[in-house]
Design a protein around this ligand. Structure first.
Ligand SMILES: Nc1ncnc2c1ncn2[C@@H]1O[C@H](COP(=O)(O)OP(=O)(O)OP(=O)(O)O)[C@@H](O)[C@H]1O
Ligand SMILES: [Mg+2]
Length: 532
């Protein structure tokens, strides 16, 4: 589609006209008036208001041409009823004998235009074009407003959830940390150990929930890598039987030579699991789950037609379809809303699709939803194809076998007391010397007067005052060779959006367990020295 053509949805090269008029001459009159029109058309005629109203409510026409004098009512009355029913398509009132009063009344009821019958030949075609143009403009405006409102709502809820999750991650880091420290010291056969392990499991579940919150609020730290989404899907398929049970048949159609995307693999897992679980829940009596991937080349026309908020270009599509119960319009409209669920209390949190939305959005893509009651559901994620090559992101996984002990000097900066204490205790128990600081100022001050320079700075990212990033920049300047490990569970939109956070910086996400912490510390200390 070219830019100078009218926008899609309004690109009505083919106009569906409904004429409501009992005059047998109405159809030939309209046909004649439109003989030279630049648009193709289908014209349907009904003689009465009673026949017209259901057709209007079915909303299958683009323009209505309504005679004022109908056998069973007035044209204005009909327009009034149609508007009440929420029909926003344009109405053109026609009449044998016009009057200024009628013209005004038509306008008041929201008619797009008013044409006297003897003028149809010269005026109708133009009236239709203008009416459609206005309708398109209005609809585009309304769509934009609707999208904006939705974005603002998501933003507000996201901010709230992100804040809650931030606090939760600090609490959970302390709970998980201290619990693990207890478990390390207990005899595994001690009955108390079982109880403590239950605490630990509950904390893990809370951590998973917090991750969901952060994901949909788009405040989850992303560790993007160049990925083949087919591999992510294949990995998940192996888990499927356990996840969905055997009453559901699974088909996968994975496109060969699929473009690479840049996304966080654990977020991709999270997205897939959420979609698959929804499909499972929609098919209690069994059915078919289809997972499909494809390369798609989105052009302007498709982007506009689907109301997508992404740029035209190359995308990888991941579609999850089920043959389940489907959604009606009311559920469809709210499905992505956080905490919206139709599932019984205790069954669903309503965060599944909201999370999917957040993850895809944060990855630069878009989600579409196709669903009809009784017809099943398809959710499609479109993720932008990257030209980056695999291996460019420097987040190599630390090898799992490390026990994480050492004797180096560590400088630990964290404003949350319990997180700092549990972190320090974990590291000291593994042999490290740990200097604690509650903020950047304390850290800098200690670093300047210490006789034993730190080998590694372990710092929270978000702190009051100087951030972890700024602190790291300053300390590494004062002490070249100092290594840095960032810890955080939360980021504000800014650092994600503007890419402030160097993707090559080692980062440990909260909540973390003592062994994850120790492993990551050892890993960073063992990285080969960087030449500057
Ligand atoms: N595949 C599907 N088929 C039919 N309805 C669906 C499907 N996926 C989602 N829905 C509808 O959308 C609602 C919201 O889905 P969402 O995944 O956000 O939350 P949930 O599944 O209810 O709870 P949670 O995922 O947090 O456990 C669901 O309650 C359901 O009504
Ligand atoms: Mg769900």
């Amino acid at each position: 589609m070219h830019r100078d053509e009218p926008p899609r949805g309004g690109d009505l090269r083919h106009v569906r006209l409904l004429v409501i008029d009992d005059d047998p001459q109405a159809l030939p009159l309209v046909e004649m008036a439109l003989a030279d029109a630049h648009f193709e058309r289908t014209v349907e005629v009904v003689p009465t208001a009673a026949a017209g109203l259901p057709k209007i409510k079915a909303d299958a026409h683009d323009v209505y041409v309504v005679d004022h004098r109908l056998p069973d009512g007035t044209g204005i009355g009909l327009i009034h009823e149609a508007k009440e029913a929420g029909i926003d398509k344009p109405f053109i009132l026609i009449t044998g004998h016009g009057s200024g009063a009628l013209d005004e009344a038509a306008l008041r009821e929201g008619a797009a235009d008013y044409v006297e019958k003897h003028l149809l030949g010269t005026h109708l075609e133009r009236a239709i074009r203008y009416a459609l143009r206005d309708w398109q403009t209005n609809r585009a405006l309304r769509d934009r407003e609707e999208r904006l409102r939705h974005a603002q709502k998501m933003e507000g809820i996201g901010r709230l959830a992100g804040g809650v999750a931030h606090d939760f991650n600090n609490l959970l880091t302390a709970i998980i940390g201290f619990t693990d420290l207890i478990i390390e010291r207990l005899d595994p056969l001690d009955a108390v150990a079982d109880d403590v392990r239950e605490i630990r499991k509950a904390a893990d579940r809370a951590a998973a929930l917090t991750r969901q919150l952060l994901a949909f609020s788009r405040r989850q730290f992303m560790e993007p890598r160049v990925l083949d989404i087919n591999e992510v899907v294949t990995g998940l398929i192996r888990m499927l039987p356990r996840l969905i049970g055997e009453h559901i048949e699974t088909t996968t159609r994975l496109a060969p030579h699929l473009g690479r995307i840049r996304a966080d693999p654990s977020q991709m897992d999270q997205m897939l699991v959420n979609l698959v679980l929804n499909a499972r829940d929609a098919m209690p009596a069994g059915g078919r789950l289809t997972v499909e991937t494809a390369n798609v080349d989105l052009d302007d026309e498709q982007v506009a037609a689907e109301g997508l908020t992404i740029e035209p270009g190359r995308y990888v599509m991941l579609a999850i379809s089920d043959t389940g119960v489907g959604m009606d319009a009311a559920v469809r409209a709210r499905a992505f809303e956080p905490f919206f669920t139709t599932k019984p209390k205790g069954k669903g949190t309503g965060l599944g699709l909201a999370t999917v939305y957040g993850i895809v959005d944060q990855s630069g893509g878009a989600v579409t939803l196709d669903s009809e009651p009784g017809r099943g559901t398809t959710v499609r994620a479109l993720l932008p194809v990257t030209t980056m090559r695999a291996g460019k992101d420097a987040h190599a996984e630390p090898p799992a076998a490390l026990d994480g002990a050492g004797s180096e000097m560590l400088l630990l900066v964290e404003d949350n007391d319990s997180v700092r204490q549990v972190t320090a205790q974990t590291l000291r128990r593994r042999g490290y010397s740990v200097q604690e600081a509650r903020n950047a100022d304390e850290a800098i001050e200690w670093s300047r007067r210490t006789s034993r320079p730190p080998d590694l700075l372990v710092t929270d990212v978000m702190m009051p005052g100087m951030t972890g990033l700024q602190l790291a920049a300053q300390l590494t300047e004062e002490r070249p060779g100092l290594r840095v490990l960032f810890i955080s569970g939360y980021t504000d939109d800014l650092s994600v959006a503007h890419g402030q956070f160097p993707t090559s910086a080692p980062l440990l996400q909260k909540p973390f367990s003592p062994s994850q912490l120790a492993e990551r510390v050892r890993f960073v200390l063992d990285l080969p020295a960087r030449r500057t």
